[in-house]
Design a protein around this ligand. Structure first.
Ligand code: ATP
Ligand code: MG
Length: 600
């Protein structure tokens, strides 16, 4: 799939940008004030006008590492805030005490920074936790109870489920629906104080059990959990649920545009209902935030759900969350994918209201485009074969100059040692050449890139008939860049590394983690693509570790430095396994899109 390229300047506009443009033109949010911190109407009242033209937020649950889908949401939310003179809040949606950990919080912050975004704005660090609002959320819940708009339901989980109804069938009102507010309040306080076991009661909003929208059928907003929370410890025995927490957090933070994925579209009436009631009670500043939905990123050849990613790690299919084959941002970083490549990708795929599937090659192409601009060129021989120059004076060596970037002279050049024994790619020699082969074969001349022209005179073989070395003679007056070197006309041009100067580097060649575009099956419209466990679709050959012979300068590559290894693709010095003076390299992406499914 190829999306249209964005114009050189500015952005492809989209329905979210249109909405923001309209709101700004109408001055919709201009009268909001901002106390410098989130808070209810009383907190915000009488404070200065909000300096942020818009406020968006990125609200991950800290229960896993961020994946490529999150990158789309991050680029969108932080990108809009940046472009419109606003700010994007970094908010952890941490209402689920069992699953959340500090390790995830730290990694998420790191990944957002790595993508090039920050949450400082107008002198404030906008990093928040939904758990910061537990007191306010609790107070609002009591307010709903006192106003007859929430009740404690004591049905079992099974009964609650049955009474919810279906798409075609209305729900059934709970026998507890008409409990008196005073009784509800007393029970809810007991729940808070830990007097009731888990799953014995829930607090529900009293909306409409006959609503065609199941989300409006008296949704539960609090449940009992006797669990330690990563930030509030044992303070709470009741925890608010997502739909209730999210909209209120948005309102407290003065969020203007709350952008989320399409599956929340049916939750929007609830989002609006909760906020409208609280505004009626005078608890929230108006105008209220608005929820806008967009299509989540779906990408071929990967899985983008935390549940599945956790399985890959737990079952040992990969080395960890940051395995370079993982579609996580920590994995991508190790792999050598770049922040600018992700931003380009987000821009190029755009945002839409309908689901669409993006081909993995689109992401790779964005990485290539970025790396082509920025990565200096180096020489690496991945499948080394000795080339011996028989007529090169023994013990002699000299220098060759190589440009760091063929299109960017400003990036300068480097000096690479040349000698009588070189490493070349095994595929650059054929004893019996096939038709159209212009590289080394007996009697043929090629240019050693940025070096001399040589003529092949034969090869050595071992007992099994494998070629162990190639012999040639060089032409001393053919050196690139010297007068007269143009007199030699050859068709082949091969790369090389001086054997005695080379650094033997571990190089990992990564391939796609899954061998089919739809891991787990069920490709839309394809009855043959049967549903199966996605783990069965793992590509058994997704990494190959080799020892390459690379030019000496690469020995000093620093962790995370990126290079183009000429003819081979883009490589990064691994940030975890490299030692000073002993880098190991990961292939981020090959030079061209040449992916083919592994052979059966
Ligand atoms: P997962 O489905 O992997 O568990 P999630 O939606 O539960 O993801 P959250 O931590 O709740 O993950 O998500 C944080 C934000 O990232 C949300 O606003 C969510 O809409 C967005 N997001 C998650 N997955 C995608 C995706 N594939 N494309 C775009 N945005 C996404
Ligand atoms: Mg989620």
């Amino acid at each position: 799939m190829s999306a249209p390229k964005p114009p050189a300047e500015g952005h492809v506009t989209n329905f979210i940008r249109h909405r923001i443009d309209d709101d700004l033109a109408a001055g919709k949010y201009a009268r909001r004030t901002w106390a410098g911190a989130p808070g209810d109407a009383a907190t915000q009242a009488g404070t200065p006008g909000d300096p942020a033209k818009i406020r968006t937020r990125f609200p991950p649950e800290p229960n896993g590492y961020l994946h490529f889908g999150h990158a789309k949401s991050i680029c969108l939310n932080f990108g809009l805030a940046r472009d419109y003179g606003g700010v994007c809040h970094m908010r952890f949606d941490d209402t689920n005490p069992e699953k959340e950990e500090q390790e995830y919080v730290d990694s998420i912050l790191d990944s957002v920074h790595w993508l090039g975004f920050g949450w400082e704005g107008f002198g404030v660090n906008h990093q928040y936790f939904a758990s910061d609002y537990f007191d306010i959320l609790y107070r609002f819940a009591e307010l709903f109870i006192e106003n007859g708009l929430a009740y404690v339901d004591s049905q079992s989980a099974e009964e609650l489920k049955l009474a919810r109804g279906s798409f075609t069938e209305a729900g059934k009102e709970s026998p507890y629906r008409n409990r008196a507010p005073a009784e509800n309040l007393a029970l809810f306080r007991e729940m808070r104080d830990g007097k009731h076991a888990e799953r014995t009661h829930v607090l529900r909003l009293k909306i409409d059990m006959a609503s065609p929208n199941i989300n409006m059928r008296d949704p539960a907003i609090y449940r009992i959990r006797h669990a330690e929370h990563h930030r509030t410890g044992a303070k709470w025995c009741v925890y608010p649920l997502y739909d209730y927490t999210h909209c209120i957090s948005d309102a407290l933070e003065n969020i203007t545009h709350s952008i989320c994925t399409l599956e929340f579209q049916d939750h929007r009436p609830l989002y609006d209902w909760v906020l409208a009631k609280l505004a009626e009670f005078g608890q929230l500043q108006v105008p209220l935030p608005q929820q806008i939905e967009f299509a989540r990123l779906q990408l071929t050849y990967v899985v983008l759900s935390k549940r599945k990613l956790i399985r890959l790690v737990k079952e040992g299919h990969v080395s960890g969350w940051d395995d370079p084959r993982m579609p996580t941002l920590v994995g991508a970083r190790r792999r050598g994918y770049t922040p600018a490549g992700f931003r380009l990708f987000a821009e190029r795929i755009g945002v839409a209201k309908a689901d669409s599937l993006i081909d993995y090659s689109t992401l790779e192409e964005c990485m290539r485009e970025d790396l082509n601009e920025t990565a200096p060129r180096r020489v690496a021989v991945l499948d080394p074969l000795k080339l011996i120059i028989d007529n090169y004076p023994a013990g002699q060596q000299e220098e060759s100059r190589m440009p760091n970037h063929p299109q960017k002279p400003e990036l300068g050049e480097r000096i690479v040692p040349f000698s009588g024994e070189l490493w070349i790619e095994r595929e650059d020699f054929m004893e019996a050449p096939s038709k159209g082969y212009f590289r080394l074969f007996p009697g043929n001349k090629v240019r050693l890139r940025h070096g001399f022209v040589v003529e092949c005179i034969g090869c050595d073989k071992d007992a099994a008939g494998n070629v162990t070395a190639v012999h040639c003679n060089y032409f001393a007056d053919s050196k690139s860049g010297t007068p007269g070197s143009d007199n030699y006309k050859v068709k082949g041009n091969i790369h090389w590394v001086s054997a005695k100067h080379a650094y033997a580097a571990e190089v990992r060649l990564y391939d796609r983690l899954f061998k089919v575009p739809h891991p787990g099956g069920r490709r839309e419209g394809d009855p043959e693509d049967l549903e199966r466990d996605f783990v069965e679709d793992i590509n058994p050959d997704s990494v190959k570790v080799i020892t390459a012979q690379v030019e000496p300068a690469l020995k000093d590559a620093k962790a995370e430095e990126m290079f183009q290894f000429e003819r081979h693709g883009y490589f990064v010095a691994d940030r975890i396994d490299s030692q000073p003076g002993a880098p190991k390299f990961n292939r981020a992406v090959s030079m061209k899109d040449s992916w083919a499914p592994p052979k059966k």
